[in-house]
Design a protein around this ligand. Structure first.
Ligand code: HEM
Length: 416
């Protein structure tokens, strides 16, 4: 740890008080561009320009630290993972060039605009039916009924997983983030590890089935690279990519939707402006990503001693970039703490990352969110948050969104 680097003991990302409102910490954390967190044992970068630099300087900052568990995995959970041979060789989010460059190109090709467009009618039909059902009921948990299943169904369809498996796959995803990004208890680690192992076995078997019977889906495209060079890209590499994609495609977009609906309804005048003018939807999505983003922080590792705004971060240190703080940095965004769907610079948020690792699924997430908002505006313009509901957030250093959001749909008004 560098001698001059400020140390913060009060930065407690895994406390309930933090996950309920990380934004309250912005003024304090932004006092120093870089500090050492005694709780997490890593360097923390807080301001927009520095976060942008760390994200995009792939020479000095490696992706190797991205998925390292915050809390060491206990023996029993590790045994569960080992028995199923869960094994994540760096391929994509946690890989550097040249391997990342190769696999990223394959994934980008397999997520072609044609393939994303082909998903759209299914997403639209599913969302429309679901919103009709919720409106008819009058009150519903929009997280449980819409925001959680929609990205799961969309992401799993992209990979080629059959619709009849979706319920099972969704159940294996529950609380998955705590194993990598949280401080799970011993029993919780084992429970999540069992679900991770089950999901892993599923992706292995599914990859094998696509070797025998290729289709027009992402998995079949990725398998072609395995068949071309099984040594360089093994079947377990295929599984690792599928597993990573299923995580990347799911919780993130769920949280974009739930956080976005919550903020729009909490800022009633913004919701009404959107209902009155749906052409604001694209910029609204960017402001939702900036103001209350689904990914609040991300990690890299320094490959050499590196100076960040006057603090030397030593080689091999883990660097945590506070995306939420960068997105609320008053040096970059005027009146950064205000939610404004007309904000001209909203799209400069860092919620999808930056550089060669920039989120490969950004067009898909935006497409899903657009369809969700179009449906809600059309069918439930009078919807309101149920007041005083207790929101549950799972403490972890990366993904953030409430697990439950109850909304009144006023069926009599909307279906008059
Ligand atoms: C609102 C939703 C989403 C958010 C906020 C989000 C955020 C992110 C972030 C922060 C990264 C890391 C970027 C970096 O290291 O610089 C990332 C990478 C990635 N995301 Fe997303 N993501 C979302 C949705 C999706 C979806 C729907 C998919 C796929 C269907 C997806 C696929 C990926 C992939 C494959 C990567 C790895 C890219 C690479 O390392 O080259 N994401 N995402």
């Amino acid at each position: 740890m560098s001698g001059e680097c400020p140390v913060r003991h009060d930065f407690q990302m895994l406390e309930q008080s933090f996950v309920k409102d990380p934004y309250a910490t912005c003024p304090a954390v932004q006092e120093s561009p870089v500090f050492w967190s005694s709780d997490l044992g890593c360097y923390v970068v807080t301001r927009y320009d520095d976060v942008q630099r760390v994200l995009s300087d792939h020479e000095l900052f490696s992706n190797a630290a991205t998925n390292v568990p915050v809390t060491p995995i206990n023996e029993e959970a590790q045994r569960v993972l080992d028995e199923s041979e869960v094994w994540f060789r760096p391929n994509l989010t946690n890989a550097d060039a040249p391997r990342h460059t190769m696999v990223r190109r394959w994934v980008a090709d397999a997520m072609s605009p044609r393939r994303i467009r082909a998903l759209e009618p299914g997403v639209r039909a599913w969302a429309s039916t679901k919103v009709d059902e919720m409106v008819a009921k009058g009150r519903a948990d929009i997280y449980a009924e819409l925001c959680f299943p929609l990205p799961a169904i969309t992401g799993f369809t992209l990979l080629g997983f059959p619709p009849e498996d979706v319920e099972q796959l969704k159940s294996w995803c529950d609380r998955r983030v705590v194993l990598t990004y949280g401080r799970a208890t011993g029993a919780e680690q084992v429970e999540v590890a069992e679900n991770v192992a089950a999901f892993w076995r599923y992706t292995n078997e599914f990859a094998q089935s696509r070797i025998d019977d290729p289709r027009d889906d992402l998995t079949s495209d990725i398998i072609k690279h395995h068949l071309a060079d099984p040594e360089e890209f093994s079947l377990r590499d295929v599984s690792a990519v599928l597993f990573g994609l299923s995580i990347a495609a799911h919780e993130t977009t769920t949280n974009l939707m739930t956080n976005g609906v919550r903020q729009l309804l909490a800022h009633r005048e913004q919701w009404e402006a959107l209902v009155a003018d749906p052409t604001l939807i694209p910029n609204t999505i960017e402001e939702c990503l900036r103001f209350d983003g689904p990914v609040i922080a991300w990690r890299r590792r320094a490959t050499a001693d590196v100076d960040v705004s006057g603090t030397v971060i030593p080689k091999d240190s883990v660097v945590l970039m506070l995306l939420y703080s960068a997105n609320h940095d008053p040096r970059r965004f005027d009146d950064a703490g205000s939610f404004d769907i007309r904000r001209p610079e909203a799209r400069y948020h860092l919620t999808f990352g930056k550089g060669t690792h920039f989120c490969a699924g950004a067009p898909m997430a935006r497409m899903e969110m657009k369809i969700l908002l179009e449906n809600l505006i059309e069918k439930a313009p009078g919807m309101r948050l149920v007041e005083d509901q207790a929101l549950e957030f799972i403490p972890n250093i990366s993904q953030r969104g409430p697990h439950g959001l109850v909304v009144d749909f006023e069926p009599a008004l909307t279906h008059a």
